[in-house]
Each structure stands twice: as structure tokens, then as C-alpha cells.
Design a protein around this ligand. Structure first.
Ligand code: FAD
Ligand code: NAP
Length: 456
């Protein structure tokens, strides 16, 4: 008797989706796996979030691409269907369900959170999602072109994204030219008038969410000195954190506080116990941020009412992310996740047959790339356990899926087309002395992928 060939779709080609695809292949079951992403390029935030100067970090791509290029011949390759949006403006989820036994949703969390302070709507007030996407060459954000004509910038938050943004703004244009930032981004960075980057941290040094390697990097910048402003907290002695990495960071901050500045052209100010309460503008553009001084009372942040103004032309909020709901699936607004039990989507306490989640859409916007591996393995284990009992799809033939995609106006970028775009980026990198230079405009990405002539 012929074994049933299960068909599984993974929506989202970021780390969690690709770790899920790898785990599905590794199960060794008769199965075809298709990975759909709304962008023509795979890798999610590894491509559009990880800072351009974190080149080593991006080498995880060699692992993430393995499902598309299996080293062992007995594994069938996973199919990549890039440039295919699922949901609004693309293929409706209920239509896609007719083609698969199971769908793993790995669409991440890409919506910027708001601070909820007056002035947030002014030009020059941006979320880190938009700002980072711009410098990473995300096709949705090529038009952002932030104006860097003011010496001051405020970055709100005490996580690694805040450090990424501060570092990118503090580096020299030549340092950034050696990365993969698109040429128009490099032009803006070359013209930057930024001198002082103020990182606004609402709590104290003992509460930071940075990691030591990332914090150390801002202390090693060729172009910027670091200043620690903590209202004397460190000198007075903060409670010794249990975590060794946290202790390392406190030592680093204490060392910087007493070090003599080297007089480098740019400065990063770590301003502890400060919350933005208002963004002020002139002519519709950000001209400053008003911050309130906080105190820590019983471990809680309490505003003192004391305010000061910092002159800045740009405010970037790096305060975390929300997810977009997936039409057709339940959604928890409070956590920005799809309710699930170990990866099985749950609605009114019951599992939704054939629906699974992994990555940030499953557990919220925290965790490094590697965190998504165990997370995906857990989800795939649940899927494999359920698979024998899942109903067969109405249209299991691959040709039927292709016809559906065409009917919904989607022209997929397959793996070989992505490799053409990839090769074009590497070629452009060669002309700038970088490993690659991103192609950011969607039309240009598609031209390069589909083999049309590209601009030099
Ligand atoms: C700015 C930033 C920098 C980071 N830097 C690092 C770092 O240096 N090191 C580190 O270890 N971790 C880093 N992280 C964390 C890491 O990137 C995440 O843990 C990881 O990317 C989450 O993976 P994911 O697959 O859940 O989501 P994502 O990586 O966001 O992938 C989601 C994918 O789904 C696709 N998608 C979304 N909606 C749809 C749809 N409707 N239809 C089809 N496709 C869709 C998206 O295009 C995307 O490709 C960073 C995070 C951020 C925000
Ligand atoms: N190189 C790397 O490894 C790397 C790089 C980038 C990102 N990442 C990972 O990706 C994940 C997301 O990073 P992230 O930086 O976006 O998130 P994060 O680590 O959760 O940090 C968010 C920060 O925003 C602050 N915040 C939230 N709301 C605020 C408000 N209203 N006002 C002022 N501050 C506010 C938080 O302060 P409180 O602490 O006071 O709540 C916190 O410091 C993290 O797990 C991170 O480690 C890793």
C-alpha cells in the first residue's frame, strides 16, 4: 500500500520557520514541506533585524538554509515560495488550508509599540521596527529616509535593539560601507550630523536587558565615547545581581563612568532613570524630548515630577514589538501572540486542527535566534504526534497550490530565483568592498530574482 505523503506549509521564512522546516525534514516521514514568505528573500529578522555590522551573527544563515539545500541526498529539499503573502492582500488562510494537512505559522512580531506620549506622531519620531528595517534594506521601508541633520538623537529602551540603533548611528560611514546596507542608506549615514546619541533607560543599571557582548561593543567604538549618567546609583552601590552576565555589565558601566573620555567625534550617553514624557517639535518635526527623572521604589519605577529637555532631531523607540493578528486564528492582544499549547493553536480551550505556531508569534518578541530552535522542535513534535489523525486536504497536488497562488496574484520566488537575487547582492558588494550590498527596492529584488537585467 502506498504511504500517505503529508503536506505541510510553514508561513514565514525567519529563524523559527526555518528551524521548523529542518525539524520536519529530520523526522524522516514521507512529507513535502513548503515555506512561504511574503518577501522575495528568506531569513526574516536575520536579514532585516540583525544589525548590518553583526556579520558573524548572520553566518547562522548557513544553518538556516540547509532545508533548501540538504547535504544528504535522501532528504528531499524543502520548497521556498518567496513573495507570497498569506492573509490580507494575498492568499486567504482558509484557501491555503485546502492544500495542506498542517500549517505552521511563523510570522514573527513586526509591529512597533507606541510610547503613548504626546508628540509621538511628529516627523522624526520612529519605532525601531521602521528604523532598523530601513537601514537593513527592507522593501517596505525604503522611503523612510530619516533626516540626520541634527546633532542629537534619542533612543528609548534598554534592550539589545536600542544598542544596535545607537551603535549604527555612532559608527563612521566607512565602517558602515563595509556592511550590507543599501547604497541610499549609506548616503544618508555619510551625511549624518549626529554627534550625541542619548539612550533613555527608564530603570537603573541593575535592570538593563542588554547582553554583555553587545554592551561591550559600544565601549569599543572607534568613533564614539560612552558616558554613563545614573544619578550616582552605581557609586552608592546597587544590589548585586545573581546573574554573572549582569555583574559583568555593572563592572563595565562602573569602569566607563570613571574613564576619561578619549575625545572621539561622537558620544553615546546611557541615561538611566529617565522616561520620555513628551516629544516636542518645531515645524512638524521633532526638535527635542522631555524626560522625567525616575526613582526606584521597592523595585518599581516612580516618576519624581522633575523634568528636563534634551535637544534632538530624531527619537527612536526601541521598546519592543507587537504582532499582527493572523486573520482566521485567535489572537491575544495583551501578549501579541496566538494562544497555543506547546505550539498547537488553541481556540476556546480546544486545539484548532492542523494549525501550529512557532517563534515570536508563539511566545512573544523576546529571545535570540537560537531560542527559536528548541521552540520549533517543540511545535513540530506536537504536529508529528497529531499528523496521523489530521484530515486530508481537498487539493493535495503541488500543481493545485501553484494554480491557487496564481489565481490570487502571487508569483512565487523559488529557491533558485532567490539565489539569483543573492548573487546580485554579492556582486554589488564587490563594487563597494563589502561581502554584499542589499537590493532593497521590491521591483529591483523581483527583477534580480526573475533574471531581468539589473542596474549596475
Ligand atoms: C532589530 C532586531 C535585531 C536582532 N538582532 C539579533 C541578533 O543580533 N542576534 C540574535 O540572536 N537575535 C537577534 N534578534 C532576535 C531574532 O531576530 C529573533 O529571535 C528571531 O528573528 C525571531 O524569529 P521568527 O521566525 O519568529 O520571526 P521573524 O524573524 O520576524 O520572521 C518572520 C517571517 O515571517 C514573514 N511573514 C510575516 N507575515 C507574513 C505573511 N502574512 N505571509 C507570509 N510571510 C509573512 C516575514 O516576512 C518574516 O520573514 C533581533 C531582533 C530584532 C528585532
Ligand atoms: N545581538 C543580539 O543578541 C540581539 C540584538 C537585538 C535583539 N536581540 C534580542 O531580541 C529581543 C528583542 O529585543 P528588544 O531590545 O526589542 O526588547 P527587550 O530586550 O525586551 O527590551 C525592550 C526595552 O524597552 C524598554 N521599554 C518598554 N516599554 C517602555 C516604555 N514605555 N518606556 C521606556 N522604556 C520601555 C524595556 O524596559 P524595562 O526593562 O524597564 O521593561 C526594555 O529595556 C531580545 O530578546 C533581544 O535580546 C538580540
Amino acid at each position: 500500500m502506498q504511504q500517505r505523503q503529508a503536506r505541510v506549509a510553514v508561513i514565514g521564512a525567519g529563524p523559527s520557520g526555518l528551524y521548523a522546516a529542518a525539524a520536519l525534514l529530520a523526522a524522516g516521514e514521507p512529507m513535502s514541506v513548503e515555506v512561504l514568505d511574503r518577501l522575495p528573500a528568506p531569513y526574516g529578522l536575520v536579514r532585516y533585524g540583525v544589525a548590518p555590522d553583526h556579520v558573524k551573527m548572520k553566518s547562522v544563515i548557513r544553518v538556516l538554509q540547509q532545508p533548501f539545500e540538504p547535504a544528504e541526498a535522501e532528504f528531499p529539499a524543502v520548497e521556498f515560495l518567496g513573495g507570497v503573502r498569506v492573509g490580507e492582500g494575498g492568499v486567504p488562510l482558509d484557501v491555503l488550508r485546502e492544500h495542506f494537512h498542517a500549517i505552521v505559522h511563523a510570522t514573527g512580531s513586526s509591529v512597533d509599540r507606541a510610547l503613548g506620549v504626546p508628540g509621538e506622531e511628529l516627523a522624526g519620531s520612529l519605532g525601531s521596527g521602521a528604523f532598523v528595517s530601513w537601514y537593513c534594506g527592507h522593501p517596505d521601508h525604503t522611503q523612510l529616509r530619516p533626516v540626520l541633520d541634527h546633532p542629537g538623537v534619542a533612543v528609548v529602551g534598554a534592550g539589545n535593539v536600542a544598542l544596535d540603533v545607537a551603535r549604527v548611528l555612532a559608527k563612521t560611514p566607512d565602517e558602515m560601507a563595509a556592511t550590507d546596507v543599501p547604497d541610499p542608506v549609506l548616503d544618508v549615514l555619510r551625511g549624518s550630523a549626529v554627534r550625541d546619541v542619548h539612550v533613555l533607560i527608564r530603570r537603573g543599571p541593575q535592570h538593563i536587558r542588554f547582553t554583555p557582548a553587545e554592551l561591550r561593543q559600544i565601549g569599543e567604538l572607534a568613533n564614539a565615547d560612552v558616558f554613563v549618567h545614573d544619578d550616582g546609583l552605581l557609586a552608592a552601590g546597587v544590589e548585586e545581581p545573581e546573574d554573572r552576565r549582569h555583574r559583568q555589565m555593572l563592572d563595565m558601566l562602573a569602569e566607563w563612568q570613571v574613564a576619561a573620555p578619549a575625545g572621539k567625534p561622537r558620544r553615546i550617553h546611557l541615561r538611566f532613570l529617565r522616561s520620555p514624557v513628551r516629544i516636542v517639535g518645531a515645524d512638524g518635526r521633532v526638535s527635542g524630548v522631555v524626560v522625567e527623572r525616575n526613582e526606584i521604589v521597592d523595585g518599581r519605577v516612580v516618576g519624581t515630577g522633575e523634568q528636563e529637555r534634551i535637544d534632538v532631531g530624531l527619537v527612536v523607540r526601541a521598546i519592543g514589538y507587537d504582532a499582527e493578528p493572523i486573520p482566521g486564528l485567535p489572537f491575544d492582544e495583551a501578549t501579541g501572540t496566538v494562544p497555543n499549547d506547546g505550539g498547537r493553536v488553541v481556540c476556546d480551550g480546544e486545539p484548532v486542527p492542523g494549525a501550529y505556531v512557532t517563534g515570536w508569534i508563539k511566545r512573544g518578541p523576546t529571545g535570540v535566534i537560537g531560542t527559536n530552535k528548541a521552540d520549533a522542535v517543540e511545535t513540530v513534535a506536537a504536529l508529528l504526534e497529531d499528523l496521523p489523525g489530521l484530515p486530508a486536504p481537498a487539493h493535495p497536488e503541488p500543481a493545485a497550490l501553484r494554480a491557487t497562488l496564481t489565481a490570487h496574484g502571487q508569483r512565487p520566488v523559488d529557491w533558485s530565483a532567490w539565489l539569483r537575487l543573492d548573487a546580485e547582492e554579492v556582486r554589488r558588494g564587490g563594487t563597494r568592498g563589502a561581502e554584499r550590498v542589499k537590493v532593497a527596492e521590491l521591483a529591483e529584488m523581483l527583477d534580480a530574482a526573475h533574471g531581468a537585467t539589473t542596474t549596475p
